[in-house]
Unconditional design. Sequence first.
Length: 264
Amino acid sequence: MNKLIFLGTAGLALTVSGSAFAADFPAMPVRSTFVERFTWTSCYLGAHRGGSWAKEDVTDPVLLVQDNAGLGGPGFTTGGPNTVVVNQHGAVIGGQIGCDYQFPSSLVLGVEGAVSGATMKGSTLVALPDSPPDTALVAVKTDFMPTLTGRIGYAADRWLFYAKGGVAWSSNKYSVVGTFNGGAGLGLPFDFEGLSVRTGWTAGGGVEWAFADDWSARLEYDYYDFGTHTATMNDAVNGPGPLSFKTTMQMVKLGVNFHVWGWQ
């Protein structure tokens, strides 16, 4: 009996002393292994610059000069529609604003509005077959291109691979200039000009990289189609006339964005 009492007293003493010994040391912190997942959920504002090129199929510039304006007089008629190609190229610079939402599956959906100013232009000489060697210079300029697009992408941490598409507009200036001699040295100048704002569609894609907490850079390619449009060409002396343009365009842009609202 005395032996049992001794063992119980010793065990109690060890328990109390162990608790007191442990109390002399601070508790070790528990390190968390959780890392916050990067997300593309944000709104952004940015800028871009790049280059673009376009193909213009221009139908009936000869008809405009020789028939509609009456420069050729009686007997000067074209044999049928004629189409020439004017290739534009130039630089673009502009800005964009948009918002994205990233789902748990890494799917990203967003919407973006962008505006690009351009120095695009091109021209070609067209022979006037009823009055050789007369020619007309057909020129096209594009200076302003807004877009409103949706985009869908896949996020791989700080990389975003996306496609986009939507509506596009283009501000254009057209001209057909030259001198009509009619084979007899008439020396009648013509200077037709037309303006239009075209509506079409755009589709493209790109890759975006978040190189800092609030900043990303992107490389993007876009294709534009503005269909066929008939513009009214005006000449102060020779009167108005119609001219048809079919336009497709391509663009490569390098951009940078600053992100806010839930970027982290």
